[in-house]
Write a protein that binds this ligand. Structure first.
Ligand SMILES: [Zn+2]
Length: 330
């Protein structure tokens, strides 16, 4: 997750069952009895197969569907049934049940905080929101975790908490305001995490070819010539790089950490928690040592796994990563 749109705190409206300006392909009475979540699946063939299932692009989905004016298909699905698929896509179903329960609560809260009936749909099924593959994404472990936490959410005051999560924080989570430049959120200020060292990305090393970086950041390089070196200019309190200086043969330019990682690629640079960055002699590259995978804001998923393996329950795990937010029931 990655990667997630960030919205200001506020009481989320309940879902509306009927998508405005949407043309229903199914019996509306089948989905108007209870609130439905609207997930944009995209363009493709959708066919009802009976029961509470249909297929989209040949894959089975729960609920029903409707078609937007532009032809795209929106899945109308019960929130809990949507979560069956999301939890096992966002976290390994082989992980301890308490970690999967934490993921369920986070995914549920994310949806409720974000839902806005004024839009044509609530979510897209990718990591830009949450990964969702319909029935094909479901596993017994993920389903059990969702069922065990039915109706449980994270709140701050009367509002649903703003949720973010990523794979591994590398030892310190990131403040939302440092990651995205938005106003600080009290329970997303960044905390020490001592639980994620089992992640294969807890510490990593990589090499970035200068030519490749120059190609990705060419708009910044015009005035400074050929890229010769790279430096971290500033770090935020979590240790993540706030800025990079691009050193050219005719001058230098500074880009923000977020711009740099987006341009270079989040798979090329696993995180901005960079411990060492050095020019490699004549190799035409910089070698980088760092920690963590993802933006680091909010829940550290590998940290939740570590706490769950130590016997901690969601009521203990969630406040560790969202201090001040409270586990509540709908
Ligand atoms: Zn962590």
């Amino acid at each position: 997750m990655r990667r997630r749109m960030f919205l200001v705190l506020g009481a989320a409206p309940l879902f509306v069952a009927r998508a405005a300006r949407a043309q229903s392909d199914a019996d509306p009475s089948s989905w108007s009895r209870k609130p439905a979540l609207r997930v944009l699946l995209g363009s493709g063939a959708a066919t009802a197969v009976g029961g509470d299932l249909f297929t989209f692009a040949g894959r089975p989905y729960r609920g029903t569907f409707t078609r937007l004016d532009d032809g795209r298909i929106v899945n109308l699905v019960d929130l809990e049934e949507y979560l069956y698929s999301v939890v096992s896509r966002e976290m390994s179903a082989r992980w301890p049940i308490a970690a999967l329960e934490v993921q369920s609560i986070c995914a549920r809260t994310y949806v409720l905080q974000r839902s806005d009936p004024r839009r044509e749909y609530d979510l897209i099924p990718s990591e830009l929101d949450q990964r969702y593959d319909g029935v094909a994404g479901e596993t017994p472990g993920g389903t059990a975790a969702v069922d065990a936490t039915t109706g449980q959410v994270l709140k701050y005051g009367d509002a649903f908490a703003t949720i973010a999560y990523s794979s591994c924080c590398g030892g310190h989570t990131e403040a939302s305001s440092d990651a995205w430049g938005a106003a600080p959120i009290p329970y997303l200020e960044g905390v020490v995490c001592t639980w994620c060292s089992a992640s294969p990305n807890y510490r990593w090393s990589t090499a970035l070819p200068l030519e490749q970086i120059a190609g990705r950041l060419s708009t910044y390089l015009g005035p400074i010539g050929t890229l010769q070196d790279l430096r971290v200019t500033q770090r935020d309190p979590s240790g993540r790089a706030r800025g990079f200086e691009l050193v050219g043969d005719g001058g230098s330019a500074v880009v923000s950490g977020a711009v740099f990682r987006r341009a270079v690629g989040s798979r090329v640079l696993p995180s901005l928690l960079i411990e060492r960055l050095e020019r490699d002699g004549g190799a035409g590259q910089v070698s980088v040592d760092g920690g963590g995978l993802g933006h680091g804001v909010g829940l550290c998923q590998w940290g939740a796994r570590g706490m769950a393996l130590a016997g901690r329950q969601p009521a203990e795990i969630l406040p560790s990563y969202f201090p001040g937010a409270v586990l509540a029931h709908l």
